[in-house]
Every structure is written in C-alpha cells, then in structure tokens.
Design a protein around this ligand. Sequence first.
Ligand code: ADP
Length: 422
Amino acid sequence: MAAYERQRILLRFADLVEKHNDELAALETWDNGKPYEQAVNVEVPMFARLMRYYAGWADKIHGMTIPADGPFHVQTLHEPIGVCGQIIPWNFPLLMYAWKVGPALACGNTVVIKTAEQTPLSALYVTRLLHEAGLPPGALNVISGFGPTAGAALCRHMDVDKLAFTGSTETGKLILELSAKSNLKPVTLELGGKSPFIVCEDADIDSAVEMAHFALFFNQGQCCCAGSRTYVHEKVYDEFVEKAKARALKRSVGDPFKQGIEQGPQVDSEQFQKILRYIRSGVDSGATLETGGDQFGEKGYYIKPTVFSNVQDDMLIAQDEIFGPVQSILKYKTLDEVIKRANKSAYGLAAGIFTHNLDTANTLMRALRVGTVWINSFDTFDAAIPFGGYKQSGQGREKGEYSLKNYLQVKAVVTPVKNPAW
Ligand code: ADP
C-alpha cells in the first residue's frame, strides 16, 4: 500500500477513536479498574494523538544515497520487516496497543497482536474502528489469549518476523529465548522497573511531595516506570515524610466510574494478593508503616494508599517491582551516595530528579543509568519522546522517531557505474 494511503488510514482511525472516546474509556475502566476520568481525559485522547503522530511518519520513511569508495552507486531501502507479533500488558491496554500498532503500520508491516488476559475488550473495539478507517482485512489481527499458550505460540512461530513485548522482565527473558530457539526474529522489550525519584535538599518540598505521590500512585501504582524508590535528602527527610503521608491519606479511593476518584481497584486478585504480601514483607523487614497497609473497604481489590519510611536498600520492597500503591521513602546524605544507590538495581527504566540546582541536575541526569530522566516532572509521555530501558528494563525504544527503527529493515543496494568520475 502506498505510504500516503497508510497515512490516511491512520488519520481516519484517530478521528474515529475521538468519536468513540467515551465508549473506549468505559471499556478501559471496566476491564482494568482505572479511574474513568483518567481514561476519558488522558488515555483515549493520547491514543488518537499517537496515531496522528505515526500517520505523520508514514510518508517520510526513506533510505539514503551513500558515497562509497569506487565506482558504485549505493543506496539503502528502508523496507517493512513483515509480520509483527506484539504482546501487550494490562496496565494501559489502549496505549500499549497504540505504541506498538502505530509504528508497525506506519512502516508498512502487518500485525498479530495478543492482548493481556485481564484486559481484552478495548483492543477488540478499537480494531473494529481501524477496519472502518480502511485497513484491509488481515493486515492486523487481534488474539485474546493466555501468555504461555497464545503468546508463546506467536513467539516461536516461524512466519512471524519480529516481536515487540511489554510486560515483566521474567516473561521478557522467556520471549527472547523463544525467538532464539525458532527463527531469531528481532525482539524489542519494554520490561519492569524500580525507578528512583530523588529529592534534593534545595527542592521545593510541597511540589516534590506532590510529584513523588503522582509518580508512584498514578494508575494504582501499576506503571513500569513508577517512582518506587523515593530517595530524600536527610535535611528535608522528616518534613517530606510527614507531607507524603498526609497526601496519601487524602487520596480518594473508590468506584473508578465516580467523579473525583483518584484510585480504583487493582487489576485482579493475583496482583491484589501480591501487593499485600509485599506490604507484609515491608513491615516484617523493619520499615516504618506511615499509613495504609491493608485492603480498602471490604469489597473489591482496593488497597489503601500505603507509605513506608525508613526503607533500606536491601529490603524486598526497595528491590522488587511491587506494581501497587506502596511508596517507599529512603534517606540519603550525599550526591555520590545516592547515585550509587539509585544505580544499584537490575532495572534501568526511568528516574525523577527534584532540584533547582543546575549542577546537581546535570550531574544526576548524566550519572543515572536509565532510559528516561524527568527533571522536576514525571510521567510526561509525549508521542515524540522515546521510551525504553537500560539493563533488565528492556531493549529498544518505543515512541518517537527512534521507534521506527524497530519496524524497518535496511537493504543496501550497490550498482557499478560506467563513469568512474561520477
Ligand atoms: P504480568 O505479570 O504483569 O501479568 P506478564 O509479563 O506475565 O506480566 O504479561 C504481559 C503479557 O505477556 C500478557 O499479554 C501475557 O499474556 C503475556 N505472556 C505471559 N507469559 C507469556 C509467555 N510465556 N509467552 C508469551 N507471552 C506471555
């Protein structure tokens, strides 16, 4: 299909998504439990924005002409890879679909996408809109299925040419293995995290508290990049802990379809139980439980916003990805020390820095081994900003121009020329 046609389909798709904004948001809340206000005001509009962003790229993908030694005309063709297998998680079902499907289609590939077992609905609905926008039958197929069966089948399939996965580091390793054992299809991985959020002594404490709260509690704490290790300078530590606790106590938890609700239930019983086990381990290992610590209400998978202080690096709650509304606050003394401690993690997805000191910000920004650094901000997810991990947080980048590379092959074409002076 001509690039311009692909572009027009993606643009029409974005228009249709906007038209169906409320239904899509309702499905997302229904499936996942996230606040409807978040789905309707942020996630679905961002989906449309991502599709327009990728539509913009569709007709701007081209190779190069390269001056090689000798009488040769050398050019590169940027070709689609082919059939892309994509496996997405349950925490942002629509946005994960957009991050994967957008670049794959813009570059001219076909897609087989497997949704997470917990959240199959919005992908099915949105794919109907994609076909209404003009995508030919068969160019994109959705599979609702389980990971070890449907997901693994996709990974080991000899006719799948590329894999893109977002999920846990543990599953990411299995996926690389399946690729290696089958046809060595290239794999992009966006995996877990344990992101440091560093509050320096000069930071504006009230806004640091608010941003650290958002960085951790957003989406019920179910974010791969959640700021789940809050490092606070000793000079402002006590004040920060007091205020972080007060903010968590104010967080509105309840029916995600109700107005003004900041936190809905966790996605399922398995996650709910896992988070409660981590909270118990925090208490058992000697961290101070400032607030929260158990189920909210008696019905549903709601968890009280939980804050731990006096957390030590070797505690499980400071090392593992909890994926829940549990904030861990740690104390530090010097910049060198916090850099070492922040980097001492198997993960390297993101980091937050809170300071007005330019030298401190520059030092930290360069020293942290992570794929995204947010300075005096967190969770800014523009379509053009690349996202991905260092270390065991993943391979490759999604969003932005960088994401196109994942979905293109480069073919070098060499032709001798008659006139050597050319
Ligand atoms: P979580 O533990 O947060 O559910 P997973 O990594 O298990 O994260 O799941 C993310 C996605 O990976 C889901 O779509 C899931 O079905 C899929 N998945 C799980 N196990 C496998 C597997 N063995 N092979 C392929 N996909 C899998």
